[in-house]
Write a new protein. Structure first.
Length: 444
């Protein structure tokens, strides 16, 4: 298998942009057997992307092939050799060279005659053509250069075996040396220009042009330099005409349909739905969603309330505003959250053996004990203590299945200001879990 490479550049030496040349395509002109004689090559293009103008093909089967440079570029017949090669070497080796130019003098003469014929073919007069001027004398033609000798034809390459790679094409003969270009003859003097033909001036009425009357009838008209309202589309540019303080000021505004203004006396906007703007019925007051509040203390508009407007409202000299009454003892909520243990549970006072010193008298009515994780099995037994002594009715036994949700005990347990409250674990289950928290609910 063979890899074909090539470097493509523009005339200025810069790699072409992908928009100009991005791919090179390889295929075969017809089905053939591969070089190794093991499979059939089918004429399906192999698309190779250029990277910064450089081509590197995948492995290609040696033998007869074609290459196309770009999606619409020229296609060349090549023979892919058995070893890696440059693309241009293959194109030059197997593509016939352009025939040499026999005489540049003749080429230049042909081009001059073509330009002359093109110029003479331009006709730009609608009237009769004036008489053609006399043709100037043609200058003598320069001597024709000698034809270069044709180089000898290259030897024909040997023909390869029927099912293997074709032999290389013979080298191209050397091109003969081009003859010297003859001197160009002098240009003949141009004859005088013929008289211009007369121009036929004529006019047409609109009916002479097919469809013109109907087209003109469908156009918009101008009245006083503007398009009439009746010929304007339904949607037009609207303008804000400003804020006015009364109906008469609104009717004095100059506007067109769609223009609008603000009525400060009503607090709403009005919009023109027809013209002229001096007619009240041509103005429409814009509607707004209904407000859920229609009045405040029987008042509407900008409302300022006083104590007298609100029944039951305290006045500024109401004695209740300066009454520093102390709440009744035993009526204020006094709840406590006590985190007794945070690690694996053990019997005893846990992490806070000193407990909590209460700052006021309080009576607790409920205690909830809960854990972070449960024991593997067995029960947790925990109680509340006051000044180191168990509080009767607070000992709570909680099975492993309920230890996370917690267990509750209720009763009436009075504490005085200065008493110490502690939580004591008297028993744990097997493989104890973590944490013990007590939630006490009381009134002070």
């Amino acid at each position: 298998m063979t890899v074909i490479t090539e470097d493509f550049r523009r005339l200025d030496g810069v790699a072409p942009f992908p928009a100009d040349l991005a791919f090179v395509y390889f295929t075969v002109p017809r089905r053939r057997e591969n070089a190794a004689g093991t499979w059939v090559v089918v004429p399906v293009e192999v698309k190779c992307r250029l990277v910064a103008g450089k081509l590197t093909s995948p492995n290609l089967d040696p033998g007869e092939a074609t290459v196309r440079i770009g999606p619409h570029g020229p296609t060349y017949k090549i023979i892919i050799p058995a070893t890696d090669a440059r693309l241009w070497d293959l194109i030059e080796m197997y593509e016939p060279a352009d025939p040499p130019i026999v005489s540049l003098a003749k080429q230049y003469l042909d081009e001059t005659e073509r330009v002359r014929d093109d110029a003479l073919g331009i006709v730009a007069t609608p009237g009769p053509t004036g008489p053609k001027g006399s043709t100037g004398a043609t200058g003598p033609t320069g001597p024709k250069g000698d034809k270069g000798d044709t180089g000898p034809k290259g030897d024909t390459g040997a023909t390869g075996a029927a099912s293997t790679v074709a032999g290389p094409k013979g080298d191209q003969g050397i091109q003969g040396i081009q003859g010297v270009k003859g001197d160009q003859g002098l240009q003949g003097v141009q004859g005088p220009k013929g008289d211009a033909g007369s121009v036929n001036n004529h006019t047409h009425v609109p009916a002479d042009v097919v469809g013109l009357p109907a087209t003109l009838a469908s156009k918009a008209d101008l009245v006083g330099g503007v398009v009439p309202q009746a010929q304007l589309p339904a949607i037009a540019v609207t303008d804000f005409l400003g804020a006015v303080v009364s109906q008469s000021a609104m009717l004095a505004l100059s506007g067109q349909r769609g223009d609008w203004c603000t009525r400060t006396d009503r607090g709403t906007d009005f919009q023109l739905i027809a013209e002229p703007s001096t007619t009240l019925t041509n103005w429409r007051e814009r509607t707004y969603p209904a407000s859920p509040v229609s009045s405040v203390a029987g008042r509407v508009g900008a409302v300022t309330l006083s104590v007298a407007d609100v029944p039951g409202a305290a006045s500024s000299n109401d004695v209740r505003l300066s009454d520093t009454r102390i709440p009744t003892v035993g009526t204020s909520p006094y709840d406590i959250t006590f985190v007794a243990q945070s690690g694996n549970r053990v019997a005893g006072l846990g992490d806070v053996p000193a407990g909590i010193k209460l700052r006021r008298s309080v009576t607790f009515s409920e205690v909830l004990f809960h854990c972070e994780t449960a024991d593997a099995s067995g029960n947790l037994v925990v109680e509340v203590r006051k000044n180191g002594v168990v509080v009767s009715g607070t000992s709570t036994t909680i099975a492993a299945a309920n230890q996370v949700a917690g267990g509750t005990s209720t009763g009436t347990w009075a504490f005085a200001a200065g008493d110490f409250l502690t939580i004591y674990v008297t028993g744990v289950g097997t493989t104890p879990g973590k944490g013990v928290t007590a939630e006490l609910k009381g009134l002070a």
